[in-house]
Each structure stands twice: as C-alpha cells, then as structure tokens.
Ligand binder design. Structure first.
Ligand code: HEM
Length: 149
C-alpha cells in the first residue's frame, strides 16, 4: 500500500471512531443518562474523550492536513473558494474550527454546570458536534465523488 492509501485508511479509521462514538453518545448514552439522572456520566465521557475521542480527532487532523497538502501543495489556495479543491479544504477547516469551539465550550463551560443543572445542558452541543462530524464525512467524500464541485 502506498503512502496516499495508508493515509486514507488511517483517516477513515479515525472517522469511524469519531463519528461512531458521537452517534453512541448522542443517540444512546446521554438519553439513557437523562432518564436516570446520572450526572456521574460526565466523568466517564471525559475519560472516553481523553483515551479514544481526542486521539481519533488528532488522527483526523494530522492525516487530513497531509491529504489536503497532497491535493493542494500551495497553502494559499486552501481557503480559495473559487477553486473546487480549495473550497472543500476550506469548508473542512471551518467545520473543524466549529467542532473545536463547541468542544472547548462543553469542556470548560458546560461540564462544571452538570452537577447543578443536569445533563440536559449538554444536549445541543453534543447534537451539533455529531451533525458537524457527519458534514465532515460528507465533504470528505466529495473530494472523490465530486458532489460539491
Ligand atoms: C473529525 C474530522 C474529520 C472526519 C470525520 C473526516 C472524514 C473524512 C472522510 C470519511 C473522507 C473520505 C475519504 C475517502 O475518500 O475515502 C475524508 C476525506 C478527506 N479529508 Fe477528512 N475528515 C475529518 C477532518 C479533516 C481535516 C481536519 C482535514 C484537513 C483540512 C481533512 C481533509 C480531508 C481530505 C483532503 C480528504 C480527501 C482525501 C482523498 O480522497 O484524497 N479531513 N475525510
């Protein structure tokens, strides 16, 4: 397997973990925890992010940046929305920044509130991060399929 193929496989593996993990969290784990009012779940979410989620996101960012460089070696064209490749890379970067902003908000503003206000404060953020993760897959597939050219 060549370097490009290995990067695609690693990028897809990271995507499986990141997107699948958020579907589990938003669709199953959080709704169950709201019902039984189990706020201790926040600590388990934190440790799942630390051991699995963040490494998967780092894998996505590192392999994604190299893949973007292979498509567009000229960094200035990464945010050139008149170029189809630049548009896709630019949208990916914007989606990543939104994901990071929501993630920091969850970690530093909302987690400390869960004990007093309950787990529902996390609902919108986790749903939005899950939607962003699906959009990242959609835009990623567009490189090959050309949906957004
Ligand atoms: C959680 C974050 C991300 C997810 C879930 C994700 C997901 C995906 C998926 C599923 C593909 C399709 C791979 C294929 O064609 O077989 C893809 C492609 C791609 N992604 Fe990402 N991605 C993420 C982050 C990023 C970032 C931060 C960048 C860098 C700007 C990036 C750049 C790319 C590029 C350049 C491709 C095209 C690869 C190719 O077909 O040659 N991705 N992504």
């Amino acid at each position: 397997m060549n370097i490009y193929g290995s990067l695609i496989v690693l990028h897809l593996l990271g995507a499986c973990v990141w997107v699948g993990g958020h579907f589990l969290l938003a669709g199953l784990i959080l709704p169950q925890a709201y019902r039984v009012r189990d706020t201790s779940l926040v600590y388990r979410i934190e440790s799942a992010y630390a051991s699995v989620g963040i490494p998967a996101l780092l894998l996505e960012v590192s392999t994604g940046l190299v893949l973007a460089y292979l498509h567009l070696p000229e960094l200035a064209s990464w945010l050139d929305f008149s170029n189809p490749m630049g548009r896709l890379v630019g949208i990916k970067v914007i989606l990543l920044l939104l994901t990071l902003a929501l993630g920091f908000d969850v970690r530093y503003r909302l987690f400390p509130k869960v004990e007093t206000d309950g787990l529902a404060v996390l609902k919108w953020h986790v749903s939005l991060i899950t939607i962003l993760s699906v959009l990242l897959v959609f835009v990623g597939a567009s490189f090959r399929i050309g949906w957004m050219y």
